[in-house]
Design a protein around this ligand. Structure first.
Ligand code: HEM
Length: 417
């Protein structure tokens, strides 16, 4: 089946394998459909899709015309997946900064934003490095039996960012193996039913977080969950549901996306030998290389849906208030109006205004953390195992089908080929 289904004229298959196998050519096809088009999408239903860099940027930055909260745009109903969620989960999924607009959004973001500012992340560098090295040492026992390669997803790419975000939140180290078990199904969500299957895991996580909040209320400890509890105690700054919802968002967004940045970075560098050689000779190129990996692989395909807040003309289409519009970050990353030779990997692109972290007021809060983790992890990996190589058929990486993301189920590598 093609990515754009001819039978429905504009059906965009957001789950298509080609978006993972060959993002450049796949997203270029999406761009050919025009800067804004209408499609039926999984989970969201009939929606507009913004594809060009300009259209995506405006959808994310123009907060008067495009909002996150459907009620502001005059819709009674959330998108249908939110309608079918049990009340408890709806409350807890929909009470964080990512689902709010304006003043409310600023209040929730400001409560935690300081911890994610560049200078504070810089202070954590030594600790992040120690965590990376500790995890790589932990993989050494797997080397005794490397037949078929070692899986870097379960061995490093998930546990390392999970450990970092747990430390930032102030969650006990002894609980991390439990999270590994709970969260491993997250990368496999392909549909609305898949989301519903995650609910027992979400329930366990929420109960766990509630226990942790109860503990830090009695005995505060370093970390963000204590700061959140203190803000809740002041009442006006944070409500109870917002407290849980924010901690859940940070825990999940703080490791699931970075996991896929790390796996995509390893895959790209092992696929493009010249890039690996250039980087391992000169680590000062790491920030530019990682930015280009974020663009070229487009780890996140789409941002969260926005709701049209007034009838308007938009890039040749007539949008009506209350309709859904999806900013397609992947196609924006391959827009030739913004990027010269967009399908080429060019580590020296300047500027490189890729959209993988989003844009506007909801731009990724954890961007500095994710970039720092990737830079430190890649250096630690290639310094430990300079000959690291792929242990699977290079033509067939084990891509996952998690909707809207370029995920890998496994990444089998051979540290000492
Ligand atoms: C490579 C790694 C990451 C990528 C590609 C990524 C991508 C994104 C994107 C695209 C958005 C905007 C969504 C939208 O506007 O609809 C976002 C928001 C967000 N990200 Fe990340 N993210 C990453 C890592 C992280 C990390 C490590 C954290 C740490 C906690 C984090 C926390 C957040 C939060 C809290 C928001 C919501 C911000 C707001 O609504 O104001 N992310 N991220």
């Amino acid at each position: 089946m093609p990515i754009l289904n001819k039978r429905t004229a504009s059906g965009f298959d957001l789950n298509h394998l080609e978006l993972r196998q060959n993002p450049g050519s796949a997203f270029s096809k999406i761009l050919e459909r025009g800067p804004v088009f209408q499609s039926r999408l999984p989970i969201m239903g009939t929606s507009w899709v913004a594809t060009s860099w300009e259209a995506v940027s405006e959808t994310l930055r123009n907060t008067q015309d495009f909002v996150r909260d459907p009620r502001i745009a005059g819709r009674k109903n959330q998108i249908w997946i939110q309608r079918i969620l049990p009340r408890k989960f709806k409350r807890l999924f929909l009470n964080n900064m990512l689902t709010r607009d304006g003043q409310d959004h600023r209040r929730l973001r400001t409560l935690v934003s300081q911890a994610f500012q560049r200078q504070n992340i810089n202070h954590m560098e030594k600790r992040i490095e120690a965590i990376a090295i500790q995890h790589l040492q932990g993989m050494e026992s797997d080397l005794e039996n490397p037949a078929g390669g070692i899986d870097f997803i379960s061995g490093f790419c998930r546990p390392f960012p999970l450990a970092v975000i747990c430390e930032l939140l102030g969650l006990p180290e002894s609980d991390r193996p439990k999270f590994m078990n709970w969260f491993s199904g997250m990368s496999r969500v392909r549909s609305a039913t898949g989301i519903l299957k995650l609910l027992p895991m979400m329930n366990r996580t929420l109960n766990y977080l509630e226990e942790q909040f109860a503990l830090v209320r009695k005995h505060p400890r370093p970390g963000l969950i204590t700061s959140l509890v203190e803000a809740e105690a002041e009442g006006e700054r944070l409500q109870k549901d917002e407290l849980l919802s924010t901690a859940l968002l940070l825990l999940l967004a703080g490791h699931e996306t970075t996991l896929h940045l790390l796996s995509n970075s390893l895959l790209t560098l092992l696929q493009l030998e010249d890039e690996k050689v250039a980087l391992t000779r000169d680590w000062s190129q790491a920030p530019a290389t990682i930015d280009e990996i974020l663009r070229w692989t487009s780890v996140i395909h789409v941002a969260k849906p926005r709701f049209v807040n007034r009838d308007r003309e938009f890039h040749g289409q007539r949008l009506s208030r209350g309709e859904i519009i999806i900013p397609c970050l992947g196609s924006a990353n391959f827009d030739p109006q913004e990027f010269v030779e967009p399908t080429q990997f060019q580590r020296n692109r300047s500027p490189n205004r890729h959209m993988t972290f989003g844009s506007g007021p909801h731009v990724c809060l954890g961007m500095n953390l994710a970039l720092t983790e990737a830079r430190i992890a890649l250096r630690a990996i290639f310094e430990k195992w300079p000959h690291l190589d792929i242990a699977f058929n290079l033509e067939k990486p084990d891509f996952g089908r998690r909707i809207g993301m370029r995920t890998l189920n496994t990444l089998l590598l051979n540290p000492n080929p």
